[in-house]
Each structure stands twice: as structure tokens, then as C-alpha cells.
Design a protein around this ligand. Structure first.
Ligand SMILES: C[S@@+](CC[C@H](N)C(=O)[O-])C[C@H]1O[C@@H](n2cnc3c(N)ncnc32)[C@H](O)[C@@H]1O
Length: 185
């Protein structure tokens, strides 16, 4: 587990299926999952976007491991509180739109091919949880859900199998916490 503020957030550089087995039942208020879209197998090359950089349609090695979100539903149902919510993102091959964030918000190192815009994730966090709630993202990438959660007074648990993404997430979490704890005048 990686965290400098374990009462506020906990990050795991592990397969989320292992981590979820360790959580007590009905302990999470919001599961916000952005799983790999498995679109690289259908790649027809990079995509032109007006006024933005080309979208890398090959995505990444982790996208090649087939993930079926439906197979996660039973374990999500075990974790979620009766009053909780589950939001699962889908690929743009299914919805025709790909919300990927732009610079300067976008991290350069590590570069994550599907980093989500903070404003979008904050919207979901605000409508689907309350201040103090526990938000869980099993596929957190570079931690956009964690930043959105902590910035809005929620607590956060996140996993990613890629260590560079987890370390980048921790840095982003700490910068949000440092802003919140800045001394008042
Ligand atoms: C679509 S991306 C998430 C992007 C994230 N929403 C963001 O804004 O940065 C999916 C992530 O799932 C991770 N991943 C893939 N399989 C995983 C697994 N079994 N357990 C945990 N993470 C996994 C990948 O490393 C990748 O970063």
C-alpha cells in the first residue's frame, strides 16, 4: 500500500482483483471504474482530433489483456454499500466520443494514453457520492478519480498494475492535499 495520508487515500500497485478480495463487504460508497477498453485489437491507426494532438489508437500493452466489465459486477456488488453507486466507463468505440484530457492538465511523464479530464470525473464524483464518502477506482491510471475525490472532500482507494502510474497518482494526491492544508492568512 502506498500513501502518506492513509486516512485520506490508499493506493495499491496490484491487480485490482487481488485487492478487492481483501476489502470488507459493503464498505465502498462509490465505485468509479475506467477499465481498459480493449480497442487496440480493432485499431485502424491514430485518430485526428481538431485542434488537439493525434489520438494514439494503439493505446497500450495493458489494453491487450481482455477485460469484460460484466465479470466484475459480482465483486463490485459485494463491495458497494446498499446506498452506494457504481459507474463503469466504456470505450469510445461504443459511445462515439473519447474524453481524454489535454495539456496542461495531461501528464507528460508518465504519459497515460487515456488520462481522463478532471472536470468530467469531478462531475461524477459530486453527483454520485457525498463529502466523506469512500470512492474506489480499481483501474485508476494516473489517479484522476483520486484527485477528483480528495479535492471534493471524499476519501479514495485506487489500484493500478503499473507502478509508474501509481507513483504519479500519489504525487497528484499529495499536491491536492498540500493545497487543502496550506496555512490560512
Ligand atoms: C483506461 S485506463 C484508466 C485511466 C484513468 N481513468 C486516468 O484518468 O488516468 C485503465 C488502467 O487500468 C490498469 N489496469 C489494467 N488491468 C488492471 C488490473 N487487473 N488491475 C489494476 N489495474 C489494471 C492499466 O494499467 C490502466 O492504467
Amino acid at each position: 500500500m502506498i500513501s502518506l495520508h492513509p486516512r485520506i487515500y490508499k493506493l495499491f500497485n496490484e491487480d485490482c482483483r487481488e485487492v478487492m478480495l481483501r476489502f470488507p463487504p459493503h464498505s465502498i460508497d462509490l465505485i468509479l471504474a475506467d477499465p481498459p477498453y480493449n480497442i487496440s485489437q480493432y485499431s485502424s491507426g491514430n485518430i485526428l482530433r481538431v485542434g488537439k494532438s493525434m489520438l494514439n489508437n494503439d493505446i497500450a500493452e495493458w489494453d491487450k489483456v481482455i477485460i469484460k466489465p460484466a465479470e466484475y459486477l459480482d465483486v463490485f456488488k459485494r463491495l458497494i454499500k446498499p446506498t452506494g453507486n457504481i459507474i463503469i466507463f466504456s470505450g469510445y468505440n461504443q459511445i462515439g466520443e473519447c474524453p481524454i484530457c489535454s495539456y496542461p492538465e495531461r501528464l507528460k511523464n508518465p504519459y497515460h494514453p487515456t488520462q481522463k479530464p478532471l472536470q468530467l470525473i469531478e462531475h461524477f464524483v459530486k453527483i454520485a457520492s457525498n463529502p466523506g464518502s469512500i470512492v474506489f477506482d480499481p483501474f485508476m491510471g494516473v489517479g484522476s478519480t483520486g484527485v477528483a475525490a480528495v479535492k471534493n472532500g471524499r476519501r479514495f482507494i485506487g489500484c493500478d498494475i503499473n507502478k509508474a502510474y501509481v507513483l504519479a497518482s500519489q504525487e497528484r494526491m499529495e499536491s491536492i492535499i498540500n493545497v487543502a492544508h496550506k496555512p490560512l492568512p
